[in-house]
Design a protein around this ligand. Structure first.
Ligand SMILES: [Zn+2]
Length: 97
């Protein structure tokens, strides 16, 4: 019984992620994941299965605008993220609405 509770608790933690824009912790299904590949390219991880370092963004334009303006993904990934990524994110968020 005790083990089951601990397993459930740790699983919940794993599925919670914070947005790089507003720092709000949400379930990962509510966030868009971006991932940095071993070659250093940052892309949107559309199916959530890509390997590499990830950073998350809420599916709303307010967070997107903040992240784009402050280039927060550059900080999150410690690299210069191509503007193309921000364009793709904007399109993706606009499609969700
Ligand atoms: Zn956010």
């Amino acid at each position: 019984m005790m083990m089951t509770m601990i397993e459930k608790a740790s699983k919940k933690v794993i599925e919670q992620r914070s947005c790089v824009g507003c720092r709000t912790v949400r379930h990962k299904s509510e966030l868009i994941r971006c991932v940095k590949s071993p070659s250093g390219e940052v892309t949107i991880d559309r199916d959530g299965k890509a390997q590499g370092r990830g950073a998350y963004l809420c599916k709303n334009l307010e967070c997107f605008a903040k992240v784009k303006k402050k280039r927060l993904f550059n900080r999150a990934f410690k690299t210069t993220v191509d503007d193309k990524l921000y364009d793709e994110l904007e399109q993706m968020i606009a499609a969700v609405r």
